[in-house]
Design a protein around this ligand. Structure first.
Ligand SMILES: NC(=O)c1ccc[n+]([C@@H]2O[C@H](COP(=O)([O-])OP(=O)(O)OC[C@H]3O[C@@H](n4cnc5c(N)ncnc54)[C@H](O)[C@@H]3O)[C@@H](O)[C@H]2O)c1
Length: 356
């Protein structure tokens, strides 16, 4: 380790409190240098917990970004457009949570600004750093005869999070500030959807927020697909058929908010074997993603399921270490801004195929 990175957080909500801050505090590669959130109550409590002094707690990101001692930021607001542009202009390396942006124009502006300032722009797709996924990818590379892939991604209610983690929330953010934030996101989505497709905003937002975790893995494992068919039912159930050249994939995503369940799997049906990658609820720490390999035993009639537990490494921790590596080595992140843009493009192409 040659350099300790001074990192600041913009947006200190759920994901940051459950994943980023605990891992940053444990890793010697980073110093949690400054915190920014709209809620002064939240940063005061987090500042105390993680040893960030009051003079480096901010409710205004401009003030935080003006500090030349700050090397990098993690951006985990809901809307990353303004903080992404500002952090890039201030010359800070950036790990931006997914989705990079709610439309292609905003994504392009952030990417261009990061390029101009020569800073790392990495997007927080932690599943790309999941050891079971990486093993699955190796298995995929050895397949010659993929027939069909099925991706199923049904997110459930997150309300049991509070029974597992203590999330610090503030009651001091003015209602009009929250309302403006929500409206900015709606406007950005409407801009991408275009006239006549505004009603698909919820479905597009679901694909960007939830399913891009899988579209990025599919693209990395199999290449860029063409959207053959897409349907939206009950606003947030999206079914699409994607053409990856030598095979097709059925992609199902939806939100089942009245259920406390997490139901996310990728099945690969190939001539040689079948692979099933089953993701657990993402906030379970060190809980391995389950890879099942199903194949015939030699020429016998016996069919075997082999369950692979690659290791217990935590994806979010690997993601942060990759961010560090990119900052000190100058290499391009595996989940770069350009890469994340592809998923916004794909989500948009899916919505374009929906018959209105
Ligand atoms: N990678 C993952 O598995 C994963 C999981 C959950 C969320 N996320 C992503 O992380 C981001 C945050 O999600 P969350 O669930 O933590 O949301 P959240 O609402 O709990 O947290 C967002 C925080 O950002 C703050 N904020 C908003 N605008 C701000 C501004 N202009 N300046 C400073 N602070 C500001 C809010 O006050 C809030 O505390 C989203 O982009 C989401 O898609 C990723």
């Amino acid at each position: 380790m040659d350099k300790k990175i001074r990192v600041g957080i913009i947006g200190c909500g759920q994901i940051v409190q459950i994943e980023h801050l605990p891992f940053l505090s444990e890793l010697p590669q980073f110093e949690i240098y400054s915190l920014c959130d709209l809620s002064a109550q939240v940063i005061a409590q987090l500042g105390e917990k993680y040893g960030v002094p009051a003079q480096r707690q901010f409710t205004d990101m401009d003030k935080m970004l003006a500090d030349p001692e700050l090397d990098a930021v993690i951006i985990a607001t809901k809307d990353h457009y303004e903080p992404g542009l500002k952090a890039a202009r201030a010359g800070k390396h950036m790990l931006i949570e997914k989705p990079l942006a709610y439309n292609l124009r905003q994504a392009d502006e952030i990417i261009a600004e990061a390029k101009r300032s020569n800073v790392v722009l990495m997007v927080g797709y932690m599943k790309r750093y999941d050891p079971s996924y990486l093993y699955f990818k190796e298995q995929v590379e050895a397949l010659k005869d993929v027939n069909l892939v099925r991706v199923h991604d049904f997110g459930g209610s997150f309300d049991f999070t509070n029974s597992l983690f203590h999330i610090i929330r503030g009651s001091d953010i003015p209602a009009e500030v929250l309302a403006k934030g929500a409206q900015d996101i709606k406007d950005a989505i409407a801009e991408q959807m275009g006239p006549g497709r505004e009603h698909l905003g919820e479905a597009y937002s679901l694909v960007l927020g939830l399913s891009t975790h899988d579209t990025i893995l599919m693209r990395h494992a199999f290449g860029r697909p063409k959207v053959l068919y897409a349907d939206v039912h009950k606003e947030t159930f999206v079914t699409s058929v994607l053409d990856y050249g030598s095979f097709r994939a059925v992609f199902e995503s939806g939100l089942v908010m009245n259920r406390r369940s997490w139901d996310e799997k990728i099945w690969v049906y190939a001539g040689e074997k079948n692979l099933t990658l089953e993701f657990p609820w993402p906030y379970l720490k060190n809980y391995p993603t389950k890879l099942t390999i199903n194949e015939n035993e030699g020429d016998s009639m016996v069919n075997v399921d082999k369950v692979v537990v690659n290791n217990f490494q935590e994806s979010y921790r690997n993601e942060i270490l990759h961010f560090y590596d990119c900052i000190v080595s100058g290499k391009k992140p595996d989940t770069s801004g350009e890469d994340a843009r592809e998923d916004i493009q794909l989500a948009y192409e899916m919505m374009c195929k929906v018959q209105c």
